[in-house]
Ligand binder design. Structure first.
Ligand code: ZN
Length: 437
């Protein structure tokens, strides 16, 4: 090795050590620095890193001063900031300052979210803001649950790949996929099964959250319901059944979002009149103020007080179907107004003959009461575009093959009972595999 090369190597080593020290905030080991001194320029003084969190009620000015900025300097920095609202910095936000022994604070980093930091960087007399988004990593997992009472209960119990805190969200995400086909607050039966292929996202700090639902395969009240997410050429994502019909149909199966419903009652003793009466609708218990949705496109034909129903909205849809929403706390549509599916038409309340907040919901066809379950049964969505059909079939086959394989692997692993069975035994296995093609 010649002399010039060995000198280069030594300088190179110094560079690496200094960078390492910057990153971890510790000074370069004294001995190493001394040895290197003999063959190269004096080492630059080493910056230090200091991390803590914003105290409750602490003004940003004080935070910056505490991290080494002069009063005027901190004021200037705050004036230059646009990504951080000085009046809204949250207590507990992590703040890290990089301080140089000679030139003072070099930068101050605010960890605003798990995946977002904003860094104030000294730029001569002024300060510059740099925003960084930290990458989440993503993988795909399968979940399989059996209904003992509710969808949420089944997912919370079985989606062990997710932290408990994320499982309820996952149940809601699955409910959103199925809400055109099933009223998950009342159609589920004990023993029904739900499986889903879901993206799992992991933050830089290890926190896990649910990503997109890619496919679900369910058996609900005796019917198989498949759903496949497919992005068309315009980047629009939609769910389709296995035959390629959009899950999005003309009607929602429930006038409240699944996550808002606390319970459902059918025919029962009237809570106020205390007599058994034929109850011509469904009562959804939900807290006062919960938005009520039009279950389909239509025209408002009644909006106002209606005897025991209290504040009531009635909507006429195509094919002579009328939907009625009673006991509302407030009404947000006028008589004669056109409404679209999912539009909010009012809020849950307890006006009229009601002892607690709930929504009374009815469907009438040509003036005759019909069970909404029957009235809304035969609705299926548009078929996928012909141009997308081949791509859809490939995607569907791949997703269902993946889901099926993962669910079987889970069951094989679970000779114990860590993962609840899906009601899919060897007999059903043949059917499930066949259905994927
Ligand atoms: Zn009712």
């Amino acid at each position: 090795m010649n002399k010039a090369l060995s000198k280069l190597l030594v300088v190179g080593t110094l560079g690496v050590l200094a960078a390492g020290a910057l990153a971890i905030g510790r000074p370069v080991p004294q001995r190493a620095a001394g040895e290197l001194l003999a063959v190269s320029a004096p080492p630059a003084p080493v910056s230090s890193v200091r991390t803590d969190t914003i105290h409750s009620g602490e003004p940003l000015l004080a935070v910056l001063q505490r991290h080494g900025l002069e009063h005027d300097e901190a004021n200037r920095a705050i004036a230059d900031m646009s990504l951080i609202d000085a009046r809204r910095v949250r207590a507990g936000t992590q703040v890290t300052a990089l301080v140089h022994p000679d030139s003072g604070v070099q930068n101050v980093t605010f960890q605003l979210a798990i995946d977002r930091i904003v860094r104030l960087v000294r730029n001569g007399e002024s300060w510059m803001e740099v925003e960084e988004t930290l990458p989440w990593t993503r993988d795909t997992v399968a979940v399989a649950g059996v209904i003992n009472s509710t969808l949420t209960g089944a997912i919370v119990e079985s989606a062990v790949q997710f932290p408990t805190s994320a499982r309820t969200e996952l149940a809601y995400a699955i409910a959103n996929v199925l809400e055109y086909r099933v009223d998950l607050s009342r159609d589920l039966r004990v023993g029904d099964s739900i499986t889903a292929l879901v993206e799992r996202e992991t933050a830089p700090n290890g926190l896990v959250r649910t990503g997109k639902v890619l496919a679900t395969r369910s058996k609900i009240a005796g019917s198989a319901i498949d759903a496949v997410r497919f992005d068309d050429e315009d980047g629009e994502s939609q769910f389709y059944d296995a035959e390629g019909r959009s899950l999005r149909a003309g009607f929602l199966r429930a006038p409240l979002e699944f996550r808002r419903i606390s319970s459902v009652f059918g025919s029962r003793k009237h809570p106020v009149l205390k007599t058994w009466r034929k109850h011509n609708g469904i009562d959804y218990a939900a807290s006062t103020g919960t938005p009520v949705r039009a279950i389909g496109d239509g025209t408002v034909i009644y909006a106002g007080w209606k005897g025991g129903y209290g504040k009531t909205v009635e909507i006429r849809h195509k094919n002579g179907m009328v939907t009625r929403y009673g006991h509302l706390n407030s009404i947000s549509v006028r008589n004669g107004a056109r409404v679209k599916i999912s539009n909010t038409i009012g809020k849950v309340g307890m006006t009229g003959l009601a002892t607690g907040p709930h929504l009374h919901f009815e469907t009438l066809i040509n003036g005759v009461h019909r069970d909404p379950r029957a009235a809304l049964k035969d609705v299926s969505g548009e078929p996928i575009r012909v141009a997308d059909r081949d791509a859809f079939q490939l995607r569907r086959n791949a997703l269902f093959a993946d889901l099926t394989a993962r669910v079987y692997a889970m069951q094989d692993d679970a000779a114990n009972v860590a993962i609840p069975g899906m009601g899919i035994g060897p007999r059903a296995r043949t059917r499930a595999v066949g259905a994927g093609n």
